[in-house]
Design a protein around this ligand. Structure first.
Ligand code: CP
Length: 353
């Protein structure tokens, strides 16, 4: 049985994730050429946000419009989600009214419950545990910006700073792809020492190492900057984010600054051609300098933000029940879209609504 929901990239094989990337690239190419494949006509997406969002919300909403569907935004406090009505009951109702659901939640176990009781597929728009839609957009960005002569599995990514859910997600996707992953961060804020407060009972590193066994990737977690040498991609995230509201923000500067700030010197230490990535939003002058963020040669963070939409389009098509005339629509698109969808439908056959 194909996996119904997109909650965690560890639920998918490397090949399946790369198929999602192929789908994203095929639709990106077609839409950039002015041909919009209306693969989600009359489909409705429900977007639950328990946290604020710029990129994720806009990407989901515009992706649905691009593909002929519609998106409904439910902001914090606007619908039932575990209050008067149980999550199970809300999920049952939403799953019958909508074709697909995305949720950005305070607690990962809530998106898991939503998926369990909803007939419609559920996509995880970020929890305190992981950020899998960001992972796919980041994979697309890396694949589009591979160093000359390298494949994705030959690359190294160095994450600088706090063990946020984005850091953990990068460990997951890099280890799945067979890449070398490094977290360069202070003790107390590393993946291995409880740096991420997760409301689930999981051994984060064990998941990454299991991926490495299959893929040949490596994981290094350290406070020694030597480990970032040779990184093709240098990635950072805020030191004080959405899920840190109960912590004193100012104390973060004492822990991370200046050792873990991404500067041009750090970029050059990683390698003369290393590229900068950031999930955004950034706190300029804290985890990264303006010089790095705004460097047109080194910084990929703006392309990375745009790629959220391209990759989310692919997720919506991959997980939504396909239209009966999907193949005709794909054939009318520019490029390889029909071939890519044929391959995906071999293992994700048509689902009747
Ligand atoms: N990177 C990301 O998820 O951005 P938003 O919080 O703005 O959606």
């Amino acid at each position: 049985m194909p996996v119904k929901d997109y909650l965690d990239t560890n639920d998918f094989t490397k090949e399946e994730l790369l198929d999602m990337i192929d789908l994203a690239r095929a639709m990106k190419k077609s839409i950039k050429a002015g041909k919009y494949p209306l693969l989600l006509a009359h489909r409705s997406l429900g977007m639950i946000f328990q946290q604020v969002s710029t990129r994720t919300r806009i990407s989901f909403e515009t992706a649905m419009t691009d593909l002929g569907g519609n998106a409904q935004f439910y902001g914090p406090g606007t619908i039932q989600l575990g209050g008067h009505e149980s999550i199970e009951d809300t999920a049952r109702v939403m799953g019958s009214l909508l074709d697909i659901i995305m949720a950005r939640v305070d607690r990962h176990k809530d998106v898991v419950s939503l998926a369990k009781y909803s007939a419609a597929p559920v996509l995880n728009g970020m929890s305190e545990y992981n950020h899998p839609t960001q992972e796919l957009g980041d994979l697309l960005t890396m694949i589009e910006n591979l160093p000359e002569g390298k494949k994705i599995e030959d690359c190294k990514l160095a994450f600088i700073g706090d063990a946020t859910q984005v850091c953990v997600s990068l460990m997951f996707i890099c280890s799945k792809m067979g890449m070398d992953f490094v977290q360069f961060g202070p003790k107390g804020h590393q993946i291995t020492d409880g740096g991420l407060q997760v409301d689930t009972d999981v051994d984060l590193l064990a998941i990454g190492l299991k991926n490495c066994e299959k893929s040949g990737g490596t994981i290094t977690i350290t406070d020694d900057i030597e480990a970032i040498k040779g990184a093709d991609f240098v990635y950072t995230d805020v030191w004080y984010g959405l899920y840190d509201a109960e912590t004193d923000g100012a104390s973060y500067m004492d822990v991370f600054y200046p050792k873990y700030q991404v500067t041009m010197d750090m970029m050059n230490f990683a390698g003369p051609n290393s590229k900068f990535m950031h999930c955004l939003p950034a706190s300029r002058g804290e985890e990264v300098t303006d010089e790095v963020m705004d460097d047109p040669e080194r910084s990929l963070c703006w392309v990375e933000a745009e790629n959220r939409k391209h990759s989310i389009r692919a997720l919506l098509v991959y997980f939504c029940p396909p239209l009966p005339n999907e193949r005709e629509i794909a054939e009318e698109a520019e490029g390889e879209l029909a071939c890519v969808l044929d391959k995906i439908r071999e293992y994700r056959p048509e689902v009747s609504l």
